[in-house]
Design a protein around this ligand. Structure first.
Ligand code: BDP
Length: 328
């Protein structure tokens, strides 16, 4: 090799090394979120990005993509699992089909209220759920609130299971939810979140189910004006990171990433509580016909087949179900 050649290959090797060590040090992550700009989760995920940059001295940056612009939730979950994306704010509903432990939170009426859900997640049950998700490539850094989901529809108030009979009801992609609607005698229609408004409007489905903030932020209340307080699902959400990306971090970086996620969760829970009230007030003012269902016993009793199917498919998860039920 000539001197010039040697000098050039030395320069190239140095540049390559510099590039490598830079990429080993600086991480640029991409994050998925389904909600609109002013939604509590959106504000909190932006806060997470800000805290990551701040706490890592700019070494870790996160670019958030909101409003589901990077695709549907099931697709985004897959992307974070395989490393096409690093971060996502996911509802545990669509994670259930991937991680059976996480599916326990999608058993209707498993939680009696938000406090019960928080207690379970903050203890041994939460550890088992996180471990099940990590096995499938998703590390849960923190939990966000998502309230309780209730039925709404274009036809009539729902006060008893037979009111759902014959109704076409949109659900998130998860067989447990389809089973839940089947058990009430309705016709389940799994569908992406972004398609629900149009489907309600054109009569492709008669109803759907969600918490107050999503019922309001999507405008579903404009096209499905009966909201019945069934509160059949209380599903937490995660700030999730790709497991190999997380495992590749130093202990100090792991700690700061978790801390940033948890701080964002504190903010999200505050904003959530405020938004739940504000959204309810807004839709009521818009003329939504609301009814409470003070005695949910008939709905709960109808869910036995959903529990039987879940435990039949996952007999090893019976202790987890019982642990959560014992914490009521
Ligand atoms: C909202 C969740 C969101 C779900 C959506 C749905 O925050 O993650 O995609 O419900 O029903 O409450 O699809």
């Amino acid at each position: 090799m000539s001197n010039l050649g040697r000098a050039l290959s030395f320069a190239a090797a140095t540049a390559l090394l510099a590039g490598l060590s830079l990429s080993a040090q600086a991480a640029e992550w991409r994050g998925w979120n389904i909600h609109k700009p002013d939604y509590p989760n959106t504000v909190a995920m932006d806060k997470f990005a800000e805290l990551l940059a701040e706490k890592s001295g700019g070494k870790i940056t996160l670019k958030m993509f909101h409003s589901g612009t990077l695709g549907t939730q099931p697709d985004a979950i897959e992307q974070v699992r395989i490393g096409g994306l690093e971060i996502g704010n996911f509802n545990l509903g669509p994670i259930g089909p991937v991680a059976p432990e996480a599916n326990v939170v999608s058993l209707p009426f498993i939680f009696s209220n938000m406090e019960h859900m928080h207690r379970a997640l903050d203890g041994e049950a939460g550890d088992q759920i996180s471990a099940g998700m990590a096995k499938k490539g998703l590390v849960a850094l923190a939990w966000y609130d998502s309230g309780a989901r209730s039925f709404y529809n274009t036809k009539q108030p729902i006060t008893q299971p037979s009111d759902v009979a014959g109704m076409k009801v949109r659900v998130m992609n998860n067989d447990l939810y389809s089973g839940m609607i089947d058990a009430l005698g309705g016709n389940p229609s799994p569908m992406a979140f972004s398609e629900v408004y149009q489907s309600l409007k054109t009569g492709v489905v008669d109803g759907a189910e969600n918490n107050w903030p999503s019922y309001e932020s999507t405008g579903h209340f404009e096209v499905a004006g009966y909201y019945s307080l069934s509160q059949h699902l209380i599903i937490p959400e995660c700030v999730c990171i790709n497991a190999s990306v997380y495992d590749g971090l130093s202990d100090a970086d792991k700690a700061l990433v978790k801390e940033a996620a948890r701080e964002s969760a504190t903010l999200q829970r505050q904003l959530w509580a405020e938004r739940a009230k504000a959204s309810q007030a807004k839709v009521m003012e818009a003329g939504v016909k609301f009814n409470d269902i003070p005695d949910k016993g008939a709905f709960q009793a109808a869910m036995q087949p959903v529990y039987d199917k879940y435990l039949g498919d996952n007999p090893d998860l019976k202790p987890l179900v019982e642990l959560i039920q014992s914490m009521k």
